[in-house]
Design a binder for this molecule. Structure first.
Ligand SMILES: Cc1cc2nc3c(=O)[nH]c(=O)nc-3n(C[C@H](O)[C@H](O)[C@H](O)COP(=O)(O)OP(=O)(O)OC[C@H]3O[C@@H](n4cnc5c(N)ncnc54)[C@H](O)[C@@H]3O)c2cc1C
Ligand SMILES: NC(=O)c1ccc[n+]([C@@H]2O[C@H](COP(=O)([O-])OP(=O)(O)OC[C@H]3O[C@@H](n4cnc5c(N)ncnc54)[C@H](OP(=O)(O)O)[C@@H]3O)[C@@H](O)[C@H]2O)c1
Length: 432
């Protein structure tokens, strides 16, 4: 192997590919390189708020569900940071999001296979060499080309902004993904509107509600969803985030999978019970003695139009039940309108190698290999781009180690990280 030729190159270093890098580390057969455009590991930095926690137990770290003895486990991180006793007395499964980010940074620092500040710009297929050429641009402006036999795309998703916001001056309109970077702009306004009712919206709203007495703004929280509903967190509901459910879901015809997904929003979106309780309790406290805070909450309201109005903006909603327009003026808009998958530009030159479904989505095999148009020994894997093929667990951190075990086992052709068959009490599909 020359030092720019690899068995595997990973595009992007979020939790999924970082977990893969950690699990590949002890596997001699895989000479891997992972490339990340950001200068260091940063997990959704614009929403790393204090007092917010991971929505999965700490066991969903980068490695434990595949190899509890790994040196890259969260418990070993605690030991390295002399925090084991603190964690022991903390007595919580759900760790602060800021600590999860710090733990991931600790893992990334130890992995020579992870390179930061290097964006993958283009990937081409080199027929004569039977490998992929991966062209990158580093932060200092220099370019580099690596070669690899196999690829793994771990580019995550990107913030979704409704189309009507695209041509509006955006000084005081921003996505929740940028909240911490732009929060001060909101604090200076007389009125703020948060749109959406997922976990991001709820955390942003709660943060603004806590600061409302200090800054004195009017606060509105509007969403297209049917209500401010909680995300599923019952034990039997959680069994849908298991390898067993992935197997079942993947076995269904694509049109049935699409139909199922359309009705499963509240299994993986929505607000945590504790955030809803925090918000409600603060509203209750603030409204004592008829002193109602200047707050408005409304659901079933879809933003249809937005335009500049004086120093602020005018929003036009359509109420989904009453089918009526509603106009609302505000100085600042925070779009907590979610994220969407995007096929990365860097694979444009290998698009002809990839099989696409009718909706221009990847066709992803059960073992996370993309279906290809040519019979070549090389593979392209995808992480967290498989909601439509593998179901609601696609972005779940608790399934990252499973997904990475499958990828590694497939790459080396043996069971390096054994994958257990029966993990849940219920049966998905017809009874056997
Ligand atoms: C605020 C927030 C909190 C969440 N909390 C939880 C939670 O508690 N539990 C849970 O199960 N799920 C959670 N999720 C969902 C999901 O697990 C996370 O979004 C997770 O970060 C997905 O990991 P990833 O590796 O797929 O992608 P990402 O974390 O998005 O990482 C992808 C990386 O690829 C890089 N990249 C993209 N293109 C290129 C390129 N061309 N070259 C180089 N690098 C590139 C990006 O810079 C990025 O760093 C959360 C999501 C959000 C938005
Ligand atoms: N603490 C944490 O760990 C944490 C924090 C943040 C996020 N997350 C996770 O990250 C993922 C994304 O969460 P998210 O909250 O960013 O997004 P989300 O769950 O996808 O929520 C987006 C919200 O925006 C609404 N919306 C979209 N377009 C709209 C429009 N035009 N008008 C009005 N409302 C509109 C959606 O309504 P519809 O319901 O109609 O689509 C929905 O309520 C989730 O899996 C979540 O659990 C986790």
């Amino acid at each position: 192997m020359t030092n720019n030729h690899y068995d595997l190159i990973g595009v992007g270093i979020g939790p999924f590919n970082l977990g893969l890098a950690a699990l590949c580390e002890p596997v001699d057969q895989i000479n891997a390189l992972f490339l990340e455009q950001k200068p260091q590991f940063q997990w959704h930095p614009g929403l790393l708020l204090e007092n917010t926690s991971l929505q999965v137990p700490f066991l969903a770290d980068l490695v434990t569900m595949a190899d509890p003895c790994s040196q890259f486990s969260f418990l070993n991180y605690l030991r390295a940071k002399s925090r084991l006793y603190h964690f022991y007395f903390f007595e919580k499964f759900h760790i602060p999001r800021r600590e999860y980010n710090h733990y991931c940074q600790w893992v990334a620092e130890q992995l020579s296979s992870c390179r930061f500040g290097e964006r993958v710009e283009a990937i081409t297929w080199e027929e004569n060499r039977q490998d992929f050429a991966v062209k990158t641009k580093r932060v200092d402006g220099t370019h580099f080309t690596y070669h690899c036999r196999n690829l793994v795309l771990g580019v995550g998703s990107i913030p979704h902004t409704p189309a009507c916001f695209q041509n509006v001056p955006s000084e005081r309109i921003f996505h929740s993904a940028e909240f911490l970077h732009k929060r001060d702009r909101a604090y200076q306004c007389q009125s703020i509107t948060v749109i959406g009712s997922g976990q991001s919206a709820a955390e942003v709203f709660y943060e603004l509600l806590q600061a409302q007495e200090t800054y004195g703004y009017r606060l509105s929280w509007h969403t297209r969803s049917q209500g401010f509903f909680p995300m599923e967190y019952s034990k039997l509901g959680l069994e849908h985030f298991s390898p067993d459910y992935i197997h079942y879901f993947h076995s269904l015809p694509q049109d049935k999978r699409d139909q199922l997904l359309a009705g499963q929003d509240l299994l993986y979106k929505g607000i945590s019970f504790s955030t809803i309780a925090n918000i409600y309790d603060l509203l209750y406290e603030r409204s004592v003695a008829d002193n109602y805070p200047d707050v408005q909450l409304a659901s079933a309201m879809e933003v249809k139009e937005v335009e500049k109005a004086g120093n602020g903006y005018r929003l036009v909603y359509r109420h989904l039940h009453q089918n009526q327009p509603y106009t609302h003026e505000t100085d600042c808009i925070i779009l907590a309108t979610g994220y969407h998958d995007k096929i990365p530009d860097c694979i444009a030159n290998i698009s002809h190698l990839i099989q696409w479904d009718e909706q221009k989505r990847y066709i992803v095999n059960l073992d996370y290999r993309l279906a290809l148009t040519q019979d070549i020994p090389n593979q392209i894997f995808v992480q967290n781009g498989d909601l439509h093929t593998h179901g609601i667990g696609a972005s779940d951190l608790g399934l990252g180690a499973y997904c990475n075990s499958v990828i590694i086992n497939t790459l080396v052709g043996r069971s390096v990280y054994p994958v257990q068959q029966r993990n849940v009490f219920q049966q998905f599909g017809t009874l056997t």
